[in-house]
Each structure stands twice: as C-alpha cells, then as structure tokens.
Design a protein. Structure first.
Length: 346
C-alpha cells in the first residue's frame, strides 16, 4: 500500500473509527489501533483538557489569581487521552466478557470489534489496556509529587467510572448511571483537574465553568444509547434512554444541547470567564438542525450513502458537540490572548 493510500485509510480511521468502505486488504497497525482505541472521539477529551487549561490562562490574564505551567498542562492532556483510550478498550473487553458484544449486537455492526473481528486476541487487548493505564500511572505519580495528593482524587474518580462503566459488579451503564458518570468525568474531573495540575489552584467558579462541555459530551452518549435502545432492552442493559423511553430520551438530549448556551453566556456575563466565549452563539444554527433530527424517530431504512448505520443520533450529537466545543475553545483562546473586560465588571 503506497503512502498516500495509507494516509487516506488513517484519515478515515481517525475521523470515523472505521475503515474506508469497500476496503478488502488487512489494516496496517496504525489504522487498526486508531479504530480499536476509537481515536475519532479523542477530540472530546482533548477539548475538555484544553478548556481546563485555557480557563486557567484566561484567569491568569484577567485577574492574575493563578499562574499556568504550560508543561504540566500539556502532560495533563496526554494523560487524559491515554485514559480515554484505555476506557474505550476496557468497554470492549468487558462487554465481550459479559456476553453483550456479539456478532449481531450493534457494537459489531457499525465498526470492527477488536476481538470479534480477529484483529487482536483477548490477551493482546488486555495488554494494551495495561500499557495505557501504566502511562497514566506514571503521569499521576509525577503530578502527585508536584501538586500533592488531591490529584489522586481526580484520577481515582476517572478510573472508577472508566472501569466500572461496564465491569462487574457495578456496571454503571446497566443501571442508568453511565450518562451521569460521563458528565462527571468530561466536566468536573477533566476540566477542573486540568486546571488544578496546570495552576495548583481551584477557584470556585471553575466547577461551574466545567459544566457546559460536560453537558455536550453527555448528549453524544445519549445519542449512542438512543440508537441502541432496542438492542439494550433485549439484553437487560438499562441505560438512561432505556429507562426514559425513546421519545423522552430524545427530548432530554435536546434540552441538554440547549442548556450549553445559557450556562456559557451566563458565566461570561458574570465575569467568571472572558466575554469572547459569547462566540458560541454561532453554533446555534447547527444546534437547530440537530434538534430537528432529534425531534423525530430514527429512519427505518438506512439513508443512501450514510456512513455509520445503524447509529443515527450519536453522529448528529457529535457534530453539534464538535462545533460548539470548537467555538468555546476559540472564545477561550481569545480570552487568553486578547483579554477584554466587560464595563460593568471593571
């Protein structure tokens, strides 16, 4: 396979967590592990880490209440991505062990399952999980040394949700607790945790500022679980959409998407974060189109040239999350490097 073709495959694997349609040759190692770790969704984790770091930089510029260590910030983001990779592999490992992931379950229909596809053995996947967690352990020990034991609380909170999201005996996803767990991880734990390791401080407003993006990531999981609602019902997995019912779950997902905007706007008007984040309103047209999709049930037949079927709502939620998250990052960058003070806060 020539380099240009390899890069096309890598791009597809990174963007879709799948191989190009019609590809018959075995994947190379890079594309295989991009799919296995589901690197397509790493952008959400990087965004959470960057939000925490840029909130810190903005606070440094606006008030001088904190001082940012850029090296620690970068290392924190690396640790978050490694943890996310481990989480995705843990989910596949324990869902297979628990008899959920089978050849006819949704997970194996929209993308290759690491083990069911024959790409790796159960032992190899377990080894990859241990390696990713070992990387995170090394980063954790460093941060404990430089920032103190509070870092352990953030790490253990994330590890608990990562492991017991699907692992027995707790299995958060089975009891409608997967969605709240993701909300806590991608918001307070990732955002505030990154803020803390970058600065050594946690101002009270940082907890509220961590909520908007956590809401967006939760909508992505809502979309995925709405897509799998019938399959999950059959095997007794009671995700929140299963408990709410399909129509109510779509409504809750819509409300969560909408809630992102007033929280960001309110945080800016209150002076907790700089006013450039008001740029998120540019995401409202995309929000409107995604809300329309969530207002109706999933099509009964796969649309022509659609990629990712039988998933439907998750892709729409991810598109909105990516757009709104990018606008939030842009606003935070401008806050950090072109700070503006609102007149009533002077």
């Amino acid at each position: 396979m020539v380099l240009s073709e390899r890069m096309r495959v890598w791009k597809t694997a990174y963007n879709t967590a799948n191989l190009p349609a019609g590809m018959t040759s075995p994947p190379d190692s890079i594309s295989k592990w991009l799919v296995i770790t589901r690197a397509a969704v790493f952008s959400m984790t990087v965004t959470s880490g960057l939000i925490g770091g840029l909130l810190a930089v903005g606070a440094q510029q606006l008030t001088g209440e904190v001082s940012v260590n850029w090296g620690y910030l970068l290392l924190a983001v690396v640790g978050l991505v490694a943890a996310h990779a481990a989480n995705n592999m843990i989910n596949d490992y324990f869902d297979l062990e628990g008899g959920i992931d089978t050849d006819d379950y949704v997970r194996a229909q929209y993308a290759p399952h690491p083990i069911l596809s024959g790409w790796v053995t159960k032992r190899q996947l377990g080894t990859a999980i241990l390696i990713a967690n070992a990387v995170d352990l090394g980063i954790l020990l460093f941060f404990v040394a430089v920032r103190g034991p509070l870092v352990i609380a953030f790490a253990l909170g994330g590890l608990f949700v990562s492991v017991f999201y699907v692992a027995p005996p707790i299995r958060l996803k089975w009891h409608g607790l997967g969605e709240p767990g993701v909300f806590v991880v991608w918001g307070p734990l990732m955002v505030v945790g990154t803020f803390f390791v970058a600065t050594g401080e946690i101002p009270s407003w940082a907890w509220i500022a961590s909520l908007p993006y956590a809401i967006l990531v939760t909508t992505v999981l809502f979309g995925k679980h709405i897509d799998k609602i019938e399959a999950d019902k059959r095997i007794g997995v009671r995700t929140m959409p299963v408990l709410l019912g399909e129509r109510n779950a779509r409504l809750v997902a819509q409300l969560l998407m909408i809630a992102f905007y007033p929280i960001v706007i309110g945080s800016a008007l209150a002076g907790w974060i700089g006013p450039w984040v008001l740029l998120v309103v540019l995401g409202i047209p995309r929000l409107t189109s995604v809300l329309r999709v969530f207002s109706k049930p999933k099509p009964e037949v796969e649309p022509h040239s659609y990629v990712g079927w039988p998933l439907w709502f998750v892709g729409q939620a991810f598109i909105h999350t990516r757009r709104a998250g990018a606008l939030l990052i842009l606003g935070l960058l401008l806050n950090a490097f072109l700070p503006v003070h609102l007149p009533w806060l002077a």
